[in-house]
Design a protein around this ligand. Sequence first.
Ligand SMILES: [Ca+2]
Ligand SMILES: [Ca+2]
Length: 284
Amino acid sequence: MKKIFLLLFIVIINIPVNGQGIDSLQFIKTIKVDGRQGVAADKNYYYVSGSKSLYKYSKDGVLIHSNKKPFSKLEKEANHLGDIDCFNGKIYAGAEYFYDGKASNIQIVIYNAETLEFDRYFSWEPESGQQEVCAVAVDPENNLVWLAADWINGSYLYKYNLETGEYEGKLHIYPVPEKQQGIKVFENQMLITADHGDAEFDEPDHLYTLTIEAGKTSAQVSLLKTFSNVKRQGEIEGLIIDPVENNLIVHFNRGMRVVNGMPIGFYPGYNEEVHELYIYKIVN
Ligand SMILES: [Ca+2]
Ligand SMILES: [Ca+2]
């Protein structure tokens, strides 16, 4: 009897909790936006990042405000923004100076969500081994800001103190989603978008998840969603959870042919790249 009880106990504590916050997603609508990199949200607004711009939208898609010079007040030169997050009236962005296939000046740049103006920044720790930045996610529960890297080596997520900006270590993730583009902390999960579906062959992109556990140096990644039903396969980018509506919002680009990372024109029926937010209801 004792043995059976022990066995049962082991089985129960080993049930994987990956994806526990999201059982399924119901598509609601899309909203067309400017900016091809990422998305954030607060109570009243959506925020979208372009490579060199920030936009603020009402939740029905009306442009409220933009900042077309997000690097003008930086101490350390940057020329690229990735996916963004929003916390406590601030927009957190991963920025870098990208030139000739190499990134430098990796930094977490913090903007005022009301004005989209520069507020302050945290510099990256080069000893971490991080070689570029594609996304940032705020994790108030663990007092962290997480950085993701996709281009050279996506094996780790990097942790910085939310208050001081001090580097606090990295999390080894496996198997590694290829071409990571966005991250978001939701409950005790880290959600990761990966642009590894090749639009040339109509392949879908994916959403992954892992469980954040304090003190663990590694985490197993699980598939959460395959985006088969988008208007046209393209590039998945950043993501966010709407804190009021409990919606998942995923940013996609479509229409531009991108081969080996280089734009080479448009697919039939397109004369510009379309940037959209896909909005899904989270069903627990
Ligand atoms: Ca985001
Ligand atoms: Ca893709």
